[in-house]
Design a binder for this molecule. Structure first.
Ligand SMILES: [Zn+2]
Length: 84
């Protein structure tokens, strides 16, 4: 199952759990999270990892993700993913 990494959209409305980012194991068919399971703050999905874990996940952002050797996949629906 892929691991999804989520992070709070607004830092000031986040809790300790979602402020830096958290990982969630979800099946492909599950809806992506829109709120933090702990505090209910709006969250966004950062990346999807398949079969591996990120050691320094707090360093990953949308902007530097490629520098860390990761590829971000955007779900376009219908099982298709686009690399960005
Ligand atoms: Zn939270």
């Amino acid at each position: 199952m892929p691991i999804y990494v989520y992070q709070a959209r607004e830092q000031e409305k986040s809790c300790e759990y979602c402020r830096t980012s958290f990982e969630l194991l979800q099946s492909m068919s599950e809806e992506s999270l829109s709120v933090c399971p702990k505090c209910g703050a709006a969250v966004r999905r950062l990346i999807q990892l398949v079969g591996m874990r990120v050691g320094q996940r707090h360093l990953l952002t949308d902007k530097n993700i490629k520098d860390h050797g990761f590829t971000k996949l955007v779900n376009e629906g219908g099982g298709k993913y686009r690399k960005i």
